[in-house]
Design a protein around this ligand. Structure first.
Ligand code: MN
Length: 496
């Protein structure tokens, strides 16, 4: 986890005298101290001298731009700061910005309040002037209102920090394509130039046999050491298979994991796509190997789906180092349960589901693939955790990208599925299966998703807004009539 910092910049002006400015600085220092001590923010906040002039605002924001450790700025108008003095600085700022609308004092001091107090504590006034200029400039920013010492407010700032890091680090995401998109499939296609313009992603192709050379170069000793680690860590489901043969198949995945990771590191890529129909010299479809790489933080998409691979990587970055994290994975909608009161979608993939979402035991299993022409691949099998989560789908509509964000409720399936040789999740989309699935299909959402228990729809929508793309939400408030109108209006809003 990179040690990012967020600059805390308080706005004021020199109209109220030195004593008032001294109070402003002291108050904001105390607030920064409280935020850092709270344990509610994943990244440190750094106090900056009060911004009172056009020149100082510009200078500070340009320093933020070139400081690699600065992931964003948090601004607050303690007093009044005429917003014209922010225009040039804001136009030059390239880091994510939070407008924290707060106030130093919690309660109005009824017995002592006078005009000096009013002039010193007028965020209700100053933050409105300041907020206006963003709207006038059509500038993206996050607004959070609330008392700075409240845990719930601090936690919101913390989740925004994660979004800001996702925004900043999106431009460091490099996706390695060792296979093209699956033939004839539409929804996994997309404009890679536009993806680089909007998200900063570099999406590059490599011949599969180039990465296979890196796999072949992994020594037997390294491979065997990793197989030992697997056998220590996971249950082995032999199910009548020959023990030696089973282990040999597992070793193929261990060798792929090591070879892939070395190649990705060497070439500086953080996400990868594969395709069961384009495996070159690889002996198996990477299953267990890809599952383990995803767990380490790599993005992944099946069948050449680089958009989902990029999203999984961004979401892994946003959840990095999170305490009590429940997991983030590539996922695919497979089969419905349509029994009344038990409705849901069984989620899985051919093999590649991230073990970070596993609940309880993880086992290694081998089964033939019905597709492709390789050895029976080893894979990790498990079921996923219960609880609320989000499923997202990034699609290319030809004239723009759209991010579809669905709140889902993950559950256990009613019964185990002993014959199913893949990891699974089971969820009911909000507001219910019928409306959720209808809205998803009307929005053009894919069968592949980037899924997480640890991020909120608000965070993903904020990320999309910062990228300048459309986001639509499917949740408890969704009705089909309203959703269809929203899609129609967005078509107009995004028309250029
Ligand atoms: Mn797939």
């Amino acid at each position: 986890m990179k040690k990012y910092q967020f600059w805390f910049c308080t706005g004021s002006q020199d109209l109220y005298g030195e004593e008032c400015l001294a109070h402003v600085a002291e108050h904001s220092k105390r607030m920064v101290e409280a935020l850092n001590k709270s344990g509610n923010l994943p990244y440190e906040v750094v106090w900056k001298p009060t911004l009172i002039t056009n020149a100082l605002i510009r200078k500070t924001f340009n320093e933020a731009n070139i400081d690699d450790n600065c992931a964003g700025v948090i601004t607050w108008m303690h007093t009044f700061s005429p917003a014209k003095s922010w225009i040039l600085g804001l136009k030059e700022l390239r880091k994510p910005l939070l407008h924290f609308h707060t106030q130093f004092n919690r309660e109005i001091p009824y017995d002592e309040i006078d005009m000096d107090f009013m002039n010193e504590n007028q965020a209700a006034h100053g933050d409105r002037e300041y907020g206006h200029i963003f709207t006038r400039l059509h500038m993206n920013r996050k607004v959070i209102m609330g008392y700075w010492d409240d845990a719930q407010v601090q936690k919101r700032i913390g989740t925004w920090q994660r979004t800001a890091v996702g925004v900043l680090e999106s431009s460091h995401v490099r996706v390695m394509r060792i296979a093209d998109n699956m033939r004839n499939v539409a929804v996994t296609e997309g404009d890679k130039v536009e993806a680089q313009i909007k998200f900063g992603w570099e999406v590059d192709a490599y011949p599969v046999n180039e990465i296979n050379e890196a796999v072949d170069a992994v020594s037997e000793a390294d491979t065997n050491a990793l197989v030992d680690e697997y056998y220590d860590k996971y249950d082995i489901l032999l199910e009548g298979r020959d023990e030696k043969e089973f282990r040999r198949h597992v070793a193929v995945q261990a060798q792929i994991e090591l070879g892939f990771e070395r190649f990705l590191t060497e070439m500086n890529y953080q996400a990868i796509v594969t395709h069961f129909g384009d495996l070159g010299g690889l002996k198996q479809l990477p299953g267990l190997a890809i599952q383990r790489l995803m767990e380490k933080g790599y993005g992944f998409g099946g069948e050449g789906d680089w958009k989902t691979a990029g999203m999984v990587r961004v979401m892994k970055i946003m959840t990095e180092g999170m305490e009590g994290a429940k997991g983030t994975s590539f996922m695919e909608d497979y089969t419905y349960n349509l029994v009344a009161g038990k409705e849901g979608i069984l989620q899985a993939h051919m093999l590649e589901v991230c073990p970070s979402i596993a609940d309880g035991k993880i086992a290694i299993k081998e089964q033939p693939l019905s597709m492709g022409d390789r050895e029976d691949p080893a894979r990790l099998v498990f079921t996923a955790k219960e609880g609320p989560a989000i499923a997202t789908s990034l699609i290319d509509l030809g004239d723009r990208f759209r991010l579809i964000i669905n709140n889902v409720d993950c559950k256990k399936t009613e019964k185990p599925m002993p014959k199913l040789p893949v990891a699974t999740a089971f969820w009911t989309p909000q507001p219910n299966l019928q409306t959720g699935a209808e809205a998803w299909i009307l929005a053009g959402g894919a069968h592949h998703t980037a899924f997480s228990y640890d991020l909120t729809a608000e965070q993903m929508g904020d990320w999309a807004a910062a990228m300048g793309i459309e986001a639509v939400y499917i949740d408890q408030d969704t009705t089909i009539r309203q959703f269809q109108n929203e899609l129609m209006w967005n078509d107009l809003a995004f028309r250029r």
